[in-house]
Ligand binder design. Structure first.
Ligand code: NAG
Ligand code: NAG
Ligand code: NAG
Ligand code: NAG
Ligand code: NAG
Ligand code: NAG
Ligand code: NAG
Ligand code: NAG
Ligand code: NAG
Ligand code: NAG
Ligand code: NAG
Ligand code: NAG
Length: 708
């Protein structure tokens, strides 16, 4: 059945009516029957045999999945709806199937400027089967997101009819500052899964940066020692020393970066890598100090080795990148050196273009010159009106990507920016009235905004920065900054018409089924009691979980009697089938640490955190996440029992012990070398193992609740 045929059929039926289906984003649909299609009828996914190996060559990625590959990911995602169905190849839809195909009708898939987009799709729901037909496999993939969302919201029932859909803008997503904070590859991949469920297609990863180089108070030595990182680790001699060996564990090898890019591409999300220079380039100057200006975070572009050094870096890493566009940074440079800046940008543009065929993107930066201009084929990523006027740039024929700081986030604390997306601004941010959209650069002054259909607006990227470095936040706090607002923004980036009230109604339901991620670090549980070890019996090393969830543990070199787990040697441990629990939680237990347990022994540990008796030099109880210790002014008594509860409540973490008032774990943020800020820190509960890293002593009554 062809989509065109459906429309004729629709017009003849009295029940036909157009409806905006509520989803994230919304979806316009012509309902043609009062009957419904139940997804429980689905027995298989069928991939059109003509297109099973087709890929989208017009998208942002150079590694586009085939239609068949997208179908397999879709099949695994349907498990979220309780459906387990195989993927097969066929020439047409059959009863009980979801048929995935490619449409040739370009008229249906136009962006806000009226241009063809390969991301459009048509969803046709019949009485016996569903057909998703995309302008490309990526379009079909977005259609599968609509199906999953509508299936969930409709209790597995879909209305019968058909609808066509296409994004208004081609670049939709976020940027994360991975330069001033390391993020494990799995986390980046989970963020891609989050984006993808709401049809966002771009994850811009900022791969190098440094803490603010406060030249007013730092000596040259201190600047050369300031936190600065470059996250791509190549063994090519051209970049030997750029990543210091002590940071190999906080950088991505080519294999790892390939895995991030292909895992994200598998869900329709393209990684746009950014290597930042000539500003925010302290890591390059720490590597080659002679290339710095007086402010060592800025490269001296007129030094004869600077541009060759940047070319060597790009020559090394261009083959790693599977996107058609790369980002060269070019943010916040000295405006008195405008000609140097423009020379730098244009030189790298032609170098990268001629050596790889890739386009480049730069941050909009105020660099006034009377003699030169940035090439028109470079996309300007606008972020602030004091740097550029985006509408003026568009009038000068630049393509502009909207990253206005109206949606900036700075992790944990900032004098200027919030820590969460402003949801009111998303739904009401058009100064001419109504919701924000990617053509809204200025939420206060409509004169600064081009019309919605202006082809110069490339799309929108919401940026999150880590101005206060690696110890201000734990990894998942970056997710929590976006968690509640980003899907709303995704609706607007696509061109949806969701209202705030509708969003608030469906958010939790859709959030609960986002495939490919568990960023909440949630644990499936029958009741609020997730885990309970009474330590009454152990049979052959198995410690029974009495919560009813069956999370039995395994005891190694330990023993259990009378409700006590005895860990008598430094490698005695209890391992659980769990790893971490995110907010909210209460992890309580009684503990009797032996005076033989060394300072620094860990009581509990997991992939994201550990709770330790001390930090190696001081016997203060501490939580550790990514090797950063968050220390309490409290020491557990030795050779005595104490009741302890570790509590994750919202964005803060607490400890209750020995009947005292709750104590809070705090992050100590260094603010530009001239002050400190004490802020809450939200650390996941460590659950993988009890003991095992030196701890000697007893534990009893261990219980994990999903509330705090
Ligand atoms: C879309 O692409 C088709 C060819 O695939 C072309 O015929 C049509 O004119 C294009 N439409 C627009 C608006 O670019
Ligand atoms: C930049 O490099 C040029 C060429 O080597 C040199 O003359 C100039 O002094 C350098 N600028 C600074 C601020 O070091
Ligand atoms: C952009 O245009 C300039 C000329 O203005 C050219 O040198 C450069 O190669 C072009 N870059 C790309 C990526 O096409
Ligand atoms: C550009 O020209 C204006 C007016 O002649 C002058 O004031 C300004 O200093 C010049 N800027 C640069 C960067 O040369
Ligand atoms: C933490 O939560 C509190 C209360 O909900 C809120 O006021 C504060 O802004 C949050 N802080 C961050 C960094 O998210
Ligand atoms: C959120 O955005 C709205 C609209 O732009 C603005 O009025 C409000 O002050 C913002 N709220 C915060 C907390 O910044
Ligand atoms: C609005 O923007 C226009 C164009 O940039 C500017 O001329 C005008 O002064 C602005 N209005 C206000 C109230 O800021
Ligand atoms: C342990 O904590 C103390 C107090 O916070 C601190 O002074 C010391 O440097 C820390 N030692 C280690 C090894 O982290
Ligand atoms: C990597 O190793 C360094 C040095 O041992 C340590 O400071 C850092 O916290 C480690 N990072 C991670 C993510 O484990
Ligand atoms: C730690 O607590 C003790 C009392 O228990 C108090 O005397 C001391 O000043 C506290 N230290 C800090 C750094 O708060
Ligand atoms: C966690 O606790 C905070 C503070 O009590 C509350 O605002 C929040 O809604 C809770 N979150 C969940 C997921 O229950
Ligand atoms: C966190 O890092 C800053 C540097 O940005 C440093 O000044 C501060 O002491 C660190 N905090 C802790 C607890 O190590």
């Amino acid at each position: 059945m062809r989509p065109g045929g459906v429309f004729i059929f629709t017009a003849l039926l009295a029940v036909a009516y157009a409806k905006t289906l509520i989803g994230i984003p919304t979806f316009d649909f012509d309902v043609t029957s009062t009957a419904q299609f139940s997804l429980s009828q689905v027995t298989r996914i069928l991939v059109d045999s003509r297109f099973q190996s087709t890929v989208d060559l017009n998208g942002k990625t150079l590694i586009p999945p085939t239609l068949f590959a997208f179908a397999e990911t879709f099949a695994s995602d349907l498990v979220e709806l309780g459906l387990q169905v195989p993927v097969q190849v066929a020439s047409s839809a059959q009863p009980g199937s979801i048929f995935l195909t490619i449409s040739s009708d370009d008229r249906l898939y136009l962006d806000a400027a009226g241009r063809n987009t390969s991301e459009g799709y048509t969803l046709t729901v019949g009485t016996e089967s569903v057909i998703i037909s995309g302008a490309s496999p990526l379009g079909t993939w977005w259609g599968t997101r609509t199906l999953i969302q509508q299936g969930k919201l409709g209790g597995l029932k879909l209305p019968i009819g058909s609808g066509s859909d296409a994004p208004g803008w081609g670049t939709r997503g976020v940027m994360l500052d991975a330069g001033r904070h390391y993020y494990p590859p799995e986390f980046l991949i989970e963020i891609c899964a989050y984006l993808s469920f709401f049809k966002q297609n771009t994850f811009h990863v900022h791969l190098s940066d440094n803490l603010f180089n406060n030249v007013d108070i730092y000596s040259r030595e201190r600047s050369l020692d300031l936190y600065a990182a470059f996250r791509l680790n190549s063994d090519d001699s051209a970049v030997a020393g750029l990543v210091r060996p002590y940071r190999f564990n906080e950088s991505y090898t080519r294999e790892t970066f390939d895995d991030i890019q292909s895992s994200c591409a598998a869900r329709g999300v393209t990684i746009i890598p950014e290597i930042e220079a000539p500003g925010h380039a302290l890591v390059i100057v720490q590597w080659k100090p002679k290339l710095g200006l007086a402010d060592l975070s800025l490269l001296n572009i007129s030094h004869p080795e600077t541009i060759p050094t940047m070319k060597a870096i790009w020559t090394t890493f261009l083959p790693w990148f599977h996107s058609k566009t790369v980002h060269i940074g070019a943010d916040e440079y000295d405006s008195l050196l405008a000609n140097d800046y423009i020379l730098f940008v244009n030189t790298l543009s032609s170098f990268i273009g001629s050596s790889s065929g890739k386009d480049i993107r730069i941050w909009g930066t105020n660099e006034p010159s009377n003699t030169s201009t940035v090439s028109r084929n470079i996309t300007i990523q606008h972020w602030e009106f004091f740097e550029d006027n985006p509408f003026d740039l568009i009038k000068q024929n630049y393509s502009v990507l909207n990253s206005d700081d109206g949606f900036y986030i700075v992790g944990k604390f900032s004098g200027s920016y919030p820590q969460q997306l402003n949801v009111t601004r998303i739904f009401e941010g058009n100064p001419a009235g109504g919701a924000w959209a990617p053509n809204i650069f200025d939420t206060n002054n409509a004169t600064n905004n081009p019309p919605r259909d202006d082809p110069g607006v490339v799309g929108h990227i919401a940026a999150q920065w880590n101005d206060y470095g690696p110890n201000a936040t734990v990894v998942t706090e970056a997710y929590y900054s976006w968690r509640d607002g980003l899907p709303a923004l995704a609706d607007k980036q696509w061109g949806g018409v969701l209202t705030r009230a509708q969003y608030d109604t469906i958010f939790d339901t859709l959030h609960s089924i986002i495939p490919g991620q568990n960023l909440d670090r949630a644990i499936v549980s029958k009741t609020d009691v997730i885990l309970r070890y009474d330590f009454t019996t152990a049979s052959r090393g198995t410690i029974v979980d009495s919560s009813g969830n069956g999370y039995d543990g395994t005891c190694v070199a330990c023993s259990v009697s009378n409700g006590v787990l005895s860990l008598s040697s430094p490698n005695s441990r209890l391992t659980t089938p769990l790893s971490s629990k995110g907010r909210n939680y209460t992890l309580s237990f009684s503990i009797n640490p032996s005076s033989h347990a060394p300072i620094g022994a860990s009581i509990l540990s997991g992939p994201e955190s550990s709770l330790v008796l001390g930090n190696g030099t001081v016997q203060n109880l501490a939580l550790i996440s990514a090797n950063q210790a968050y220390v309490l002014n409290y020491t557990l008594p030795r050779d005595a029992w104490t009741d302890v509860a570790l509590i994750g409540r919202g964005n803060a973490t607490f400890l209750r012990a020995g009947g005292r008032p709750e104590m809070q774990f705090l992050a100590v943020l260094g603010i530009n070398g001239d002050s400190f800020e004490w802020q809450p820190i939200a650390v996941e509960a460590p659950l993988a193992q009890i003991g095992g890293n030196g701890f000697v002593g007893g534990i009893s009554n261990l219980q994990l609740l999903g509330s705090a």
